[in-house]
Design a protein around this ligand. Structure first.
Ligand SMILES: [Zn+2]
Length: 368
């Protein structure tokens, strides 16, 4: 386990290769982004918007997936107010939303004055799939990611909406893959790092059948192309920075977490809309030796808002905190006992990077 010499990302993150200088993929992305002609990119987006407006679509011009988070609020703001498209906002409903999450989604709809559709997945099926993803893969949120991509794109297909607009291309921005170019098209978003090679079919058995999983099933690419549906990453066309998005929407009514950052977090506005994702992210610590603090600090380093030394201090101070806030909610939601939870923790703990020292698990290669 080696750390990037420019940020603090370890090379245990899937897809990361450190170059001769010890720089990670995302740090190389940062260099590439400085070379991008953003005027040219912005013109390309103008062309897409112009074409859609000229087609006079009867229903909506675009679908924007929204969660009540800072980034999706920014996306919806750009599409409705800057570009003037008839926008349908679509939310995959959180099953355990936070007070702030509910408030932010409501504030966003009021602020932007948009139509909004909420898709709530049948709870029994959602629980079962999440539980399986947790026990077998140590990644309960696979279910959400799959359902989010599929339900949003299916909505566009059903209602013949010609454009779906996502936020940033995470593989490019966060350096998860070898790709050194951001992609304009998000049509194959179901094939991203978050989904990997699995499909919903891998989770079907006696408990969950095909008739229960329409909104988890991504449409065929050919069908989407035939229907003329375009799907794009806004972050390909406009410079993207979460902290800036936060500042913009904060002035419009977005609220951060009222009790300050969650355990292990350095920010109080990142992924605060629901309660089930923290344990999912914490499992990265077991598997790869990093989680929230590293992600949040690296993001600020990539955007020249933090030095590496500051990040080292924060990461080493916060990473050992356990995400205790919604732990009981997590157990209850999945009908998982504490024993079963800790057994699963040990099943997914990567012994190549963890060792036991005086009865405590420690990383073998701490960040220095
Ligand atoms: Zn780096």
């Amino acid at each position: 386990m080696k750390y990037c010499t420019n940020c603090v990302m370890p090379d245990t993150k899937p897809g990361i290769v450190l170059d001769d200088r010890g720089f990670c993929n995302a740090c190389r992305t940062k260099e590439i982004k400085k070379e991008i002609d953003w005027n040219e990119r912005s013109n390309q987006l103008d062309e897409i918007i112009k074409k859609i407006k000229s087609e006079n679509h009867p229903f909506y011009d675009c679908v924007v997936p929204v969660s009540g988070g800072k980034d999706s609020w920014f996306q919806a703001m750009m599409l409705t107010q800057k570009y003037g498209l008839k926008t349908l906002c679509v939310t995959l409903a959180a099953h355990l939303p936070t007070t702030e999450g509910i408030q932010n989604l409501n504030n966003m709809i009021k602020d932007l004055n948009v139509d909004h559709m909420k898709i709530t997945i049948k709870p029994s099926v959602f629980r079962k799939i999440r539980r399986k993803c947790f026990l077998r893969q140590g990644e309960p949120n696979w279910a959400e990611h799959s359902a989010m991509f599929s339900s949003v794109v299916n909505t566009a297909l059903i209602y013949e909406v010609p454009l779906v607009v996502w936020g940033e291309d995470i593989a490019f921005e966060f350096g998860g893959l070898q790709r050194q170019e951001s992609k304009p098209s998000a049509l194959e978003i179901d094939n991203s790092d978050l989904i990997k090679e699995k499909t919903i079919k891998d989770w079907l058995d006696n408990d969950v059948s095909e008739r229960d999983v329409f909104f988890y099933t991504y449409p065929d690419y050919d069908k989407l192309k035939e229907a003329g549906i375009n799907s794009i990453y806004l972050g390909h066309f406009l410079p993207w920075y979460g902290r800036r998005n936060y500042e913009i929407v904060k002035a419009r009514g977005f609220v951060g977490r009222q009790n300050g950052p969650l355990s292990g977090n350095f920010l109080d506005y990142d992924n605060i809309d629901e309660k089930l994702c923290e344990i999912n992210i914490w499992f990265k610590y077991l598997k790869f030796g990093f989680w929230r603090a590293t992600d949040q600090c690296c993001y600020d380093i990539w955007n020249d808002q933090m030095t590496r030394d500051e990040a080292i201090e924060i990461v080493n101070r916060l990473s050992d905190e356990f995400p205790k806030e919604y732990f009981q909610d997590f157990l209850r939601f999945h009908s998982v006992s504490e024993q079963e939870f800790w057994d699963t923790v040990e099943k997914f703990r990567n012994k190549d990077i963890w060792e036991m020292e005086n009865g405590q698990w420690k990383l073998k290669y701490p960040l220095k």
